[in-house]
Design a protein around this ligand. Structure first.
Ligand SMILES: *[C@@H]1O[C@H](CO)[C@@H](O)[C@H](O)[C@H]1NC(C)=O
Ligand SMILES: *[C@@H]1O[C@H](CO)[C@@H](O)[C@H](O)[C@H]1NC(C)=O
Ligand SMILES: *[C@@H]1O[C@H](CO)[C@@H](O)[C@H](O)[C@H]1NC(C)=O
Ligand SMILES: *[C@@H]1O[C@H](CO)[C@@H](O)[C@H](O)[C@H]1NC(C)=O
Ligand SMILES: *[C@@H]1O[C@H](CO)[C@@H](O)[C@H](O)[C@H]1NC(C)=O
Ligand SMILES: *[C@@H]1O[C@H](CO)[C@@H](O)[C@H](O)[C@H]1NC(C)=O
Ligand SMILES: *[C@@H]1O[C@H](CO)[C@@H](O)[C@H](O)[C@H]1NC(C)=O
Ligand SMILES: *[C@@H]1O[C@H](CO)[C@@H](O)[C@H](O)[C@H]1NC(C)=O
Ligand SMILES: *[C@@H]1O[C@H](CO)[C@@H](O)[C@H](O)[C@H]1NC(C)=O
Length: 708
């Protein structure tokens, strides 16, 4: 009975992989919960503040949280999980290998000991992993030549461990009838060959052995990422390309990921299937395999290290990962002539590297220093093999002269470098560049003569920051450069009065446009001419003269926009035009002092000139916001109305902060808002809201309101 009541009553189930062997991955856990509840995420918010908010959000719900593989006790409140009391209908389930953790986490009263699977259950699970044909042939009692016997021997060798059954079952899923004997033999031999290591590794190793050498390399590469959390597929493929594992064929990278997933060596992760995860047992297998091979990895990611591993540990390593720690300096020059990958990103305090740091690294191909505080790069003339350099989100000010001698560079990421003073002229010397990203860098192009990247014949992705309108015109010439422009930041473009999206017609791959601090910009036009634009993300920020955004009827040049952010545009009174962004998913508006309404629903003109009014109300049920999931309104002092109640078929979250004059929200019983999960705002604001219907407020309050 227990499981039934559990499933029926709870509103949200959250699965969290804890694996806190070294340190608690608090941010990752908070991110998982936020994502599951579809709460807005703010990177800059302190952990403690976010924890308080998450506790409030979860307390409003009946939840089941599964904390998988807890190895050390931790404070639930510290990450943002309320402890359910005995009356609460919410449940917390934790799995651990250590009985004492149950006591420490106060869960000793309801211990359930998991046993390994019995023979029958093991066989069932194993059969379930096989292909239809294989399953039929081994499952048939009369099957010939001992096929069934061999298959059972394999299943038994998994020792009742579900993970092993999954992995091995998948690895042998497609065997032909004649192949079972050799598979059983191979697994048995492997079993005998392992010396002293956890018996499971021997079994998992069979699945590894069935990979091609390249797939094996790619698999081992995944151990460079932290034990917890997920890995972006795109990032993996980029690194593998630079390492030369894919022979310049990035589709091959995605194929390899698919085959690793189908061999259970990676798991799919994330809602958009853009990420993968490596189970920690599998990762341990990978590290064990590396250790047994003749290559050496130095792998210490995500371990809360304050100090870099000592110089001796770097010796002779071929791949090094110390990402996601709290390292502040590396003051020695390591000796690692054969290192090909060095991942140091996400050490937010790192700001000192010794002058001769790269002295021996002539084989280095991948160097990631993103999200560190470095202000300059050590002497780098030795990095003659470097293909992938990521300096995004660093404080780098000047790039060393020697950088322009690194002729093998293909990916150079300098996006969001808030202190970078100069760069571009010399980027044109890196003839192999495929990806050059200067989007939202402090360094931007001010003068037309400085836009000279036409020598980059291989370029397929350009992110760029531009400080003048005539540079924009030059960029948009019908040349390959325009074709490769994916991200465009227009900043401080004085005298630019209007932007017409169809004027950017040669930037066929433009995905993101970020317009900021253009003080004379008055008008933005998304016209219906040449609707070739595939713009997905638009930001309008600090535009004191922006009065008018004109969006033509569909199809227009904003038709694919998914995310729209507007901040500090004091002359915008409303943004009624958002109704025409049919694919909009996220809308965030902040600090627009004169904003009165988001969407103006024409009351007066209803009576007056029916014919003229372009249908602002549609009571037939068609939604103006068919895809909108999130609305965040912050610091809109004069805002008094979002819009009239209407359909919000996908809306999950409405968050309102510091909008003292907003007295109503556009939700009503008569319209569909079936996906709503929460409304976040201050208690004070919530209590002052005016409602047409008393019952409605009671319902919304108990179900959705979360005070912040
Ligand atoms: C089974 O073995 C016999 C002889 O030992 C052989 O002729 C037959 O092809 C085998 N069948 C399969 C399916 O391997
Ligand atoms: C690698 O092997 C050495 C000895 O051969 C052992 O001390 C070390 O713990 C191993 N490391 C891993 C990750 O298995
Ligand atoms: C570097 O690699 C070469 C060839 O692969 C090998 O001969 C050499 O011993 C390695 N050097 C170090 C320091 O590992
Ligand atoms: C990181 O190191 C700095 C000092 O170097 C320290 O103040 C800070 O608390 C550390 N952060 C974490 C998360 O350990
Ligand atoms: C560089 O690092 C940033 C942040 O870690 C990441 O978002 C970006 O995709 C990386 N760039 C490349 C070219 O891999
Ligand atoms: C670009 O290269 C020239 C010499 O080729 C050099 O004088 C200039 O300082 C370099 N600029 C930057 C920003 O590195
Ligand atoms: C534009 O770029 C795409 C790939 O991003 C490429 O397939 C196409 O050939 C390019 N077109 C021109 C005219 O360069
Ligand atoms: C909405 O904005 C448009 C364009 O700025 C303006 O003309 C109109 O008066 C505004 N409506 C209201 C009710 O303020
Ligand atoms: C109103 O809804 C109907 C169908 O529900 C749709 O055909 C019509 O285009 C909508 N009108 C407007 C102005 O959105």
């Amino acid at each position: 009975m227990f499981p039934f009541s559990l499933i029926c009553l709870c509103q949200v189930v959250i699965f969290i992989e804890v694996s806190n062997s070294e340190t608690l991955n608090t941010v990752e856990i908070q991110q998982t919960i936020s994502e599951r509840l579809n709460l807005p995420w703010n990177d800059a918010e302190p952990i403690a503040k976010r924890a308080k908010f998450l506790i409030k959000a979860l307390t409003r719900k009946r939840f089941v949280i599964l904390l998988d593989d807890v190895r050390k006790k931790f404070q639930l409140e510290y990450v943002g999980i309320p402890t359910p009391d005995t009356n609460s209908q919410s449940k917390l389930i934790l799995t651990t290998r250590y009985r004492e953790v149950c006591f420490q986490m106060n869960a000793q009263r309801s211990l359930i000991e998991m046993r390994i699977l019995g023979n029958d259950a093991s066989w069932e699970l194993f059969l379930g992993k096989l292909s239809k044909e294989a399953s039929a042939s081994v499952g048939w009692l009369g099957s010939q030549n001992d096929t069934r016997e061999h298959a059972m021997k394999i299943a038994q060798s998994c020792g009742g461990l579900p993970l092993a059954l999954n992995v091995i079952g998948t690895a042998v899923a497609g065997l032909e009838e004649g192949e079972w004997r050799s598979a059983a033999d191979a697994i048995a031999t492997n079993m005998n060959n392992i010396d002293g290591v956890d018996e499971m590794f021997g079994q998992l190793k069979y699945s590894y052995k069935s990979l091609t050498p390249t797939q094996q390399q790619c698999f081992l590469y995944c151990t460079l990422f932290p034990e917890y959390g997920s890995i972006s597929k795109e990032q993996l493929v980029d690194y593998w390309l630079a390492e030369g594992l894919l022979l310049n064929d990035c589709e091959k990278g995605y194929q390899i990921i698919r085959s690793l997933v189908s061999a259970c060596l990676l798991q799919a992760s994330g809602s958009m299937s853009t990420k993968v995860k490596m189970h920690h047992v599998i990762r341990q297998l990978g590290l064990w395999l590396v250790n047994k091979s003749d290559t050496k990895f130095l792998v210490q990611p995500g371990m809360a290290l304050d100090n870099a591993p000592s110089a001796g540990e770097w010796n002779e390593a071929t791949r090094i990962s110390i990402m996601s720690n709290n390292i502040t300096e590396v003051s020695f020059s390591p000796n690692c002539k054969n290192v090909t990958t060095l991942l140091m990103q996400n050490n937010p305090k790192l700001n000192k590297m010794s002058y001769g740091f790269f002295r021996t690294m002539s084989s280095l191909k991948v160097l990631d220093l993103s999200h560190t505080a470095i202000t300059s790069l050590p002497e780098c003339a030795t990095l003659v093999a470097l293909e992938h350099l990521n300096l995004s989100h660093t404080h780098i000010m000047r790039l060393p002269e020697c950088l322009w001698l690194l002729k093998e560079l293909k990916h150079l990421d300098l996006s969001v470098t808030i202190a970078l003073e100069d760069a571009l002229n010399n980027c044109s010397k890196l003839h192999k560049l495929k990806v050059l990203n200067l989007f939202r860098s402090q360094y931007g192009i001010r003068h037309v003569d400085n836009l000279n990247l036409d020598s980059l014949k291989e370029l397929v992705f350009l992110g760029i920051t531009i400080y003048a309108e005539d540079v924009l015109q030059k960029l948009n010439m019908p040349r390959p450069l325009a074709n490769s422009t994916h991200r465009l930041n227009l900043k401080n473009c004085a005298k630019m009065i209007y932007i017409k999206i169809s004027d950017l017609n040669h930037m066929k791959h433009l995905e993101e446009l970020y317009v900021e601090s253009c003080y004379d910009l008055n008008t933005v036009v998304a016209d219906a001419e040449l609707t070739t634009s595939h713009l997905l993300f638009l930001t309008l920020s600090v535009l004191p003269s922006l009065e008018s955004v004109v969006v033509a009827p569909m199809p227009h040049n904003f038709q694919y926009i998914r995310k729209l952010f507007i901040s500090q545009c004091p002359k915008l009174l409303n943004i009624t035009w958002v109704r025409r962004l049919r694919l909009l998913e996220r809308l965030a508006i902040s600090h627009c002092d004169e904003m009165l309404e988001i969407v103006e629903d024409d009351h007066a003109s209803d009576e007056q000139d029916h014919g003229m009014v372009e249908t602002s109300r549609n009571d037939t049920g068609q939604s103006d916001f068919p895809k909108l999931r999130l609305i965040v309104l912050t610091g809109l002092k004069k805002l008094r109305c979002i819009c009239k109640p209407r359909e919000f078929p996908c809306l999950e979250t409405l968050r309102v902060e510091d909008c003292p004059n907003l007295r109503s929200i556009p939700l009503s019983f008569t319209h569909n808002y079936g996906k709503l999960k929460q409304i976040c705002g201050s208690v004070d604001w919530w209590e002052k809201l005016q409602w047409e219907n008393r019952e409605e407020v009671a319902c919304l309050d108990s179900k959705y309101f979360i005070p912040i």
